[in-house]
Design a protein around this ligand. Structure first.
Ligand code: NAD
Length: 471
């Protein structure tokens, strides 16, 4: 296979990664036809909706889709046709943590990757470049190659590339427009390098060449896990220090600022919080833990495991602080939880810290008033039912209410808990909130976004992560 000029791309998986990534490729490469396919018809219908009610919320995404959809960007549930017509196929399907069986709770569930790969082998009538976009354990490309070679037609040859995605939800479009780097891993054979060059040409439509890194397949696969593990490790490190701050009177903001001024470290990702969430950090670290154990490296596994354990500890510590501060009981008390998404500027709730907080408050028999500007109410009920499988849904619905604004959610509450750093929570009319709450009125800032002094002047009793001030 000599380097091919990519003319038609198919992306299997129209989710948080496949959708935005391939929409941006279509926008930036008007000469390439991009078809994003998914088995989930409802998702495809939403991508194709006339009023652009897209299935995911991401700033700037609608604008990209408006420009490219129908021109050279298409969404379809005809997976086979998408595969057949493409010369390059992204596999961007979900790779959740396995729930049952061998490696349950740690290993990546590669079932979706395998099914997509088998479909490619069964349907393809010509040679293709197959690109792992999903985050996968190191050496997954080898399994994909074995499956493709064993099942494909004799005239079909496949080159497998690894091209992990580094976008962050909430800033996905900016990240895709100007990525820190695009990583492409290939076998170091002439054919592998040709395929790598073909994909690099696609990105070179808008990404400077020096930001397109080409490496070996296994390095590329491992780099994605390593990047997420090290980002999460930074958060767990600052959160561990926040506990020491609370016990000593040191201020985590000041500590983070001082530490981040070291040019070897830099200031980013040093914000203490109630804990990291999202579909990737925990899953990818657990994946690394499982990989390390499989490679008989128990000390390495234990090292990474601690990053996740610290995150769980931070969430539990925060819930306990709420209960302790509210005179050791929240039974029957109304707690307003502001934010349900795992971070601002996304409607994604996967592994959101808010889920754990609400679960803890419900277990303590509190009444929870919830508000999030973007998360659909159905999603909230689904998440809570999943988080509390043995609690009857009638009980959950009796104790939890969802409101249409922060002000409504805070009415008659004893405490406000900020779980997501939505900008609008910084700008709430706190005087009105205070007037409508039971007294003493408490605020627990799990994202360090409020002006604690201003709130104290109003009359609130304020608790901020990583600050040891006494009330
Ligand atoms: P997602 O669940 O939002 O989307 C995956 C989509 O794939 C779903 O719509 C599903 O229906 C579809 N799908 C699964 N099997 C299929 C098949 N055989 N044929 C057609 N469609 C199929 O997941 P996501 O958040 O987009 O993540 C995808 C991958 O990217 C994961 O491996 C994830 O770890 C990785 N990743 C995610 C992010 C993120 O921020 N979400 C960032 C970087 C990497």
């Amino acid at each position: 296979m000599a380097p091919v000029q990519v003319k038609k791309i198919c992306c299997i998986g129209a989710g948080y990664v496949g959708g935005p990534t391939c929409a941006v490729i279509a926008l930036k490469c008007p000469d390439i036809i991009v078809t994003i396919v998914d088995l989930n018809q409802a998702r495809i219908d939403a991508w194709n909706s006339k009023d652009f009610s897209l299935p995911i919320y991401e700033p700037g995404l609608e604008d990209v889709v408006r420009q490219a959809r129908g021109r050279n960007l298409f969404f379809s549930s005809d997976v086979d046709k998408g595969i057949r017509e493409a010369d390059l196929i992204f596999v961007s399907v979900n790779t959740p943590t396995k729930k049952n069986g061998v490696g349950a709770g740690f290993a990546a569930d590669l079932n979706y990757v395998e099914l997509a790969t088998r479909r490619i082998a069964a349907v393809a009538e010509s040679s293709k470049i197959v690109v792992e976009k999903s985050t996968v354990p190191c050496r997954t490309a080898e399994s994909m190659r074995t499956i493709l070679e064993a099942n494909s037609k004799p005239n079909c040859k496949f080159q497998i590339l690894s091209n992990p995605e580094f976008l962050a939800e909430g800033t996905a479009i900016d990240d895709l427009f100007s990525p820190d780097r695009v990583l492409i891993g290939s076998l170091q054979t002439p054919e592998g390098k040709d395929a790598c060059a073909s994909l690099a040409e696609v990105y070179a439509h808008w990404v400077p060449r020096e930001r397109i890194l080409t490496v070996g397949l296994w390095s590329s696969e491992l780099s994605k896990l390593a990047a997420n593990a090290m980002l999460a490790q930074r958060i767990s490190s600052i959160n561990a220090l926040s506990a020491i701050c609370e016990a000593t009177g040191a201020n985590i903001d000041e500590v983070a600022h001082a530490v981040g001024r070291d040019s070897r470290m830099g200031p980013k990702f040093l914000k203490a919080s109630v804990g990291f969430g999202g579909s990737c950090f925990q899953k990818d670290i657990l994946n690394l833990v499982y990989l390390s154990e499989s490679l008989h490296l128990p000390e390495v596994a234990a090292y990474w495991r601690q990053v996740v354990d610290m995150n769980e500890y931070q969430k539990r510590r925060f819930s306990k602080r709420v209960v302790d501060t509210l005179f050791n009981t929240i039974t029957g008390k109304r707690i307003a939880v502001l934010g349900f998404a795992f971070k601002a500027d996304t409607g994604d709730t996967r592994e959101s810290a808010a889920i754990t907080l609400v679960k803890d408050f419900v277990a303590e028999r509190a009444l929870v008033s919830l508000y999030d500007p973007k998360v659909p109410h159905d999603q909230i009920w689904l998440d809570l039912a999943e988080a509390m499988p043995v609690t009857p849904s009638a009980t959950i619905q009796k104790q939890v209410q969802i409101y249409g604004s922060a002000l409504e959610a805070c009415k008659n509450a004893e405490a406000v808990v900020i779980a997501t750093e939505w900008k609008e929570f910084k700008e709430i009319d706190w005087e009105t909130v205070y007037a409508g709450m039971n007294k003493p009125a408490f605020v627990f800032d799990g994202r360090m976004i409020v002006d604690a002094e201003k709130l104290r002047d109003i009359g609130f009793k304020v608790t901020v992560i990583g600050r040891g001030e006494r009330l």
